[in-house]
Design a protein around this ligand. Structure first.
Ligand code: FAD
Length: 623
């Protein structure tokens, strides 16, 4: 059946990583076959129906700036949009959307079906085909062999997946879906190291059974934004609210009574779970002094009564879940649609990968997403995009595209994974990036669209938008730098904002440096400014303001980037024999041999490699 077709890239798994990988490789010109176990669950949101959030929102913007689809799909299926952390500096602003779960998956499938070079096949891949040290295809559960120049594995939580609810435990990749069998053992037979992780999800309940009047309403933004930088996408006109309620001591008591039947506490679950997304039982166990924990009550879509109980992830027996939830304010008459559960699955420690996400052991084989020990749709999608790009470049016999830590959160993510590895589910935080003020959500297009356009992925529309935004921003900045305002014009506003009045004329840009003032605040006091602003897009104004307010910080980070790049510029030969550099510590030698960093910069980020070891390496490399 597949003998008469030739593929450049086979993508195994159509989750968030696989879908982005398939789209990117195909849009660059590769012939792609997307194989997945169930075509009805393409880009399924396994857990909460939401995209973005702190640091994750920046990743979605980056994917969009590169020409990926996650941002567009999120915008099309959003039911609520909020810019988180608005009260903090712009490095922390993070877009987040609540999404219609069904619409999200349907939009993804539609976009993939509209991508001409993507073919589909529904089946389980059970092994890879290897010739020499190269992967040349995959074998499926029906025994079909399909060949390709490259293979990308994006198996998510499915490899030997084991679901736990209380004392019950059964195989599955996600609720209602089979686990993927065979692939782990096959990869291990080629020398790959595998590990086990776990994650969990809360119950879904019937919104008609909840009393929202007892909860706090959480509205979307008054002027909702969007993820995609593409023009022509309308912002949300209507939005659905989320609600907030809390657990309480009565809830905790019922949950605690069920601990002896919890797979978390009776050692049945061996895999390590996400530290920053713990189950409710872990929360009340770990923070025993706290008498309440927040619960976000999130609608699952526009036209459904199903509700996601965010913050109540649990693998306790379903009756314990039910009895405890009934004690939550607003949930007194709750009806369950499905209980929460935990899942254990296989992953492959990501230090077995190069920066391109190609494996070190087998050529032409790439891993992306949760298989690399990450958690989250956004982290998966970002890796998928890069694996898709690099598999395509590999087919063209070109060098990989590697994003630096100063260029993108996606760069930080991949560098952290392959350099430091992870033994617990890795999620992105702004604190993982050393250049946060450069890696903002508002400038992802500026950072990445030109790179992707040169590659042939980001289209002309994206470049035109970027140029327009850049021109608007620069002309506004120039206007603010050269135009002044008098005390009579501005002092009433300054006094009303509790900012000190001025005694003589000042430039508009110097007023914007004051934390209480925005560019838009000034327009009522300065006619010409209000005329200039009329012709400009919101995003251009916002970015001009950020660049004025944070200029000092931005310059400082750029200097730090230059310093880091000096270390990054020192290449290390892949065959360097660290054992022969006797002045390196034993720990360093072992770590360096395992990771095999490609630059001195990367070597300096390996945990256990000290600054003294870096100096030794520098001397050895003739620096
Ligand atoms: P997935 O979205 O899991 O997709 C994997 C795809 O691969 C599926 O389409 C599957 O059918 C296919 N597949 C697998 N093996 C094979 C094979 N051998 N052959 C063919 N197809 C195959 N993330 C958070 O950020 N916070 C959370 O709280 C959270 N909780 C979660 C709770 C649960 C129960 C689950 C299941 C996931 C949770 N996640 C959470 C994780 C989030 O769903 C994943 O990080 C994300 O979906 C990973 O994307 P992925 O593309 O790597 O894999």
């Amino acid at each position: 059946m597949f003998k008469d077709r030739s593929y450049d890239v086979i993508v195994v798994g159509a989750g968030h990583a696989g879908s982005e990988a398939a789209a990117a490789a195909a849009n660059l010109g590769s012939n792609v076959l997307l194989i997945t176990m169930n075509m009805g669950t393409i880009a399924q949101m396994s857990c909460n129906p939401a995209m973005g959030g702190i640091a994750k929102g920046q990743i979605v913007r980056e994917i969009d700036a590169m020409g990926g689809y996650s941002g567009i799909v999120s915008d099309k299926s959003a039911i609520q949009f909020r810019m988180l952390n608005r009260s903090k500096g712009p490095a922390m602003w993070s877009p987040r959307s609540q999404n219609d779960r069904v619409m999200f998956a349907l939009e993804w499938r539609k976009m993939l079906e509209e991508t001409p070079k993507v073919d589909f096949w529904q089946e389980m891949v059970t092994s890879i085909i290897v010739e020499g040290h190269k992967v040349t295809g995959v074998r499926t559960s029906l025994g079909i062999e399909i060949r390709a120049k490259t293979v990308i594995l994006t198996s998510g939580t499915f490899l030997n997946g084991q679901i736990h609810i209380g004392e019950k435990s059964f195989g599955g990749g996600r609720t209602g879906e089979k686990a993927a069998l065979g692939l782990t053992e096959d990869l291990v037979s080629y020398g790959f190291e595998a590990g086990r992780m776990k994650t969990g999800t809360p119950p879904r309940v019937d919104g008609r059974s909840l009393d929202y009047s007892k909860m706090e309403e959480q509205l979307g933004d008054e002027h909702p934004g969007r993820f995609s930088f593409l023009n022509g996408k309308r912002n949300l006109e209507n939005q659905r609210s989320c609600h907030i309620t809390y657990t309480n001591p009565a809830v905790h008591e019922i949950l605690r009574d069920g601990f002896d039947r919890s797979p978390m506490f009776n050692d049945r679950i061996k895999g390590i779970g996400p530290r920053y997304c713990p189950s409710v039982e872990e929360k009340i166990n770990r923070f025993a002094d706290r008498d309440r924990h927040q619960i976000f009550v999130e609608p699952e879509g526009w036209n459904t009564v199903e509700v996601y109980v965010n913050g109540f992830s649990t693998s306790l027996p379903e009756s314990v879940q039910y009895n405890a939830l009934k004690k939550v304010v607003g949930f007194e008459n709750v009806k369950f649609f499905r209980p929460g559960y935990a899942i254990e699955y296989d992953y492959f420690p990501p230090t077995q990968l190069n920066h391109s996400l190609e494996t070190k052991i087998l050529k032409n084989l790439f891993f992306a997403g949760q298989i690399n020990g990450t958690t989250g749709y956004e982290e998966a999608a970002g890796q998928g995009l890069m694996a898709g790009i690099n598999a395509h470049l590999n087919c063209e016999e070109k060098g990989p595209l590697v994003l630096g830590r100063e260029q993108a959160y996606i760069g930080v993510l991949i560098d952290d994974l392959i350099t430091k590895g992870t033994d617990e589910p890795y999620r992105m935080f702004t604190s993982r990036a050393e250049f946060r003020i450069l890696l903002r959500q508002d400038n992802a297009d500026e950072r990445l669209t030109p790179i992707s356009h040169e590659l042939g992925l980001a289209n002309e529309d994206r470049m035109r938008n970027l140029e327009r935004k850049g021109n608007e921003k620069r002309s506004l900045r120039a206007f603010m730098d050269k135009s002044s305002i008098s005390p009579a014009e501005i002092n009433p506003l300054l006094i009303s904002k509790e900012s000190s009045p001025i005694k003589q004329k000042v430039k508009l840009s110097s007023l914007v440096l004051r934390p209480q003032l925005s560019i838009k605040d000034l327009q009522a006091s300065h006619n010409k400014l209000s005329q200039v602003l009329m012709g400009l897009e919101n995003e251009s104004v916002e970015q001009a303001e950020i660049e004025i307010k944070y200029e000092g910080y931005i310059l400082r980070e750029k200097e730090l980037v230059d310093k880091m790049n000096r270390l990054e510029a020192v290449q290390i030969d892949a065959s360097l024999d660290y054992d022969r550099i006797k002045s390196l510590s034993m720990e360093s030698r072992q770590k360096l041999m395992k990771v095999r960093p490609t630059t001195l910069g990367q070597a300096s980020r390996i945990s256990g490699v000290s600054p003294a070891d870096i100096s030794v390496l520098m001397v050895h490399l003739g620096r």
